[in-house]
Design a protein around this ligand. Structure first.
Ligand code: ZN
Length: 257
C-alpha cells in the first residue's frame, strides 16, 4: 500500500479569532481592533504556492469565501480547492455563543470561492468545529470529502466514512517525549516544534493529513508579522517537513480529487 501525505492549508483571515456574539471571525488585535485582516494570508498564499511548485507537489487549500474576495488568490488556481466557510464562522457556536445559519453561510462561501477560483471539492470547518448537521449541508453542495475532525492519540489516521462523506482526519500522536503532537504545523511556525517532530510522527502512519494556515507562513499569533529572515526560515522548515516525509516513501495527494 502506498503511503499518502495530504498537505492541507486553511486560507483564512490573518491570526483569526472567534468574536463572542458575532458570526464573523476577527483577527487578533495588534493595536487597531479585531476587524479581519487579510494581508498576511495573501502573502502566505504566494509563499506556499512557490514552495509547493518548487517541491513539485499539489496542496489542498480550504479557502474562506471572504478571504477569496479580499485577496489576490489567483496563485492558488490549479491547486486542489476546498471550502472553509464564508466569514470563518464558528458553525456550532461553541466559541461565539451564536449559531449561524449553516446552509446560508456555506452556500455563500461556496459561491465566493467558485467565483474567484473553482468550485470547492472538499471542506474543512473553521476551528475544526463540525457535526452531522454540518456534514449534511456540505453534502448538499456536492462535496464528498471532509477534513474537519481530529483523531485523538491512538485513533485512525486513515480516511473513513462519516455522514455520507469521506473523512480525512487530522491526527494527533505522542512524540518521543510522550507529549501530544497534532498534525497542525502551528507550533513549528511559532517556534515551539522542529521539523523532525512531524517527520517522526509520520513514521508510524500510512496516511497523514498535515495542516497549516496561509497567514502562518508570515505571521505568528504570539509575535505578530515575521521579519524576512523568519519568513524564509519558516518556509525552509515547512520544506524540511514535506521533503522528510516524502523521503519516507509517502506520495503527495490532494483531498477531494
Ligand atoms: Zn481557519
Amino acid at each position: 500500500m502506498r503511503r499518502r501525505l495530504y498537505f492541507t492549508v486553511d486560507a483564512d483571515r490573518d491570526a483569526n479569532i472567534p468574536i463572542p456574539g458575532s458570526v464573523a471571525a476577527g483577527s487578533i488585535d495588534r493595536g487597531s481592533g479585531t476587524a479581519p485582516r487579510f494581508s498576511s494570508s495573501e502573502r502566505g498564499m504566494a509563499v506556499l504556492a512557490d514552495l509547493l511548485d518548487d517541491i513539485g507537489i499539489r496542496g489542498t487549500f480550504f479557502v474562506e469565501g471572504r478571504t477569496a474576495e479580499m485577496t489576490d488568490c489567483s496563485v492558488l488556481s490549479g491547486l486542489c480547492i476546498g471550502l472553509h466557510g464564508y466569514d470563518h464562522e464558528d458553525l456550532l457556536g461553541r466559541e461565539t455563543g451564536i449559531v449561524p445559519d449553516v446552509e446560508d453561510v456555506l452556500r455563500k462561501g461556496f459561491e465566493a470561492v467558485s467565483d474567484r477560483l473553482s468550485a470547492p471539492t472538499c471542506f474543512r470547518a473553521p476551528y475544526m468545529s463540525a457535526d452531522d448537521r454540518v456534514l449534511d449541508v456540505v453534502r448538499s453542495l456536492g462535496i464528498r470529502d471532509d477534513s474537519s475532525f481530529y483523531t485523538e492519540v491512538g485513533g485512525p489516521s486513515e480516511a473513513y466514512g462519516i455522514g455520507g462523506v469521506t473523512e480525512h482526519p487530522v491526527p494527533k500522536a505522542r512524540d518521543r517525549n510522550g507529549r501530544v503532537i497534532a498534525a497542525y504545523l502551528w507550533p513549528m511556525h511559532e517556534g515551539r516544534r522542529a521539523p523532525e517532530d512531524y517527520i517522526s510522527m509520520a513514521e508510524g502512519m500510512d496516511e497523514l493529513v498535515l495542516a497549516t494556515h496561509t497567514w502562518h507562513m508570515v505571521e505568528t499569533r504570539e509575535g505578530g508579522v515575521m521579519d524576512d529572515a523568519w519568513v524564509s526560515g519558516n518556509s525552509d522548515r515547512v520544506r524540511q517537513v514535506l521533503e522528510g516525509i516524502l523521503d519516507l516513501g509517502f506520495e503527495a495527494c490532494a483531498i477531494g480529487r
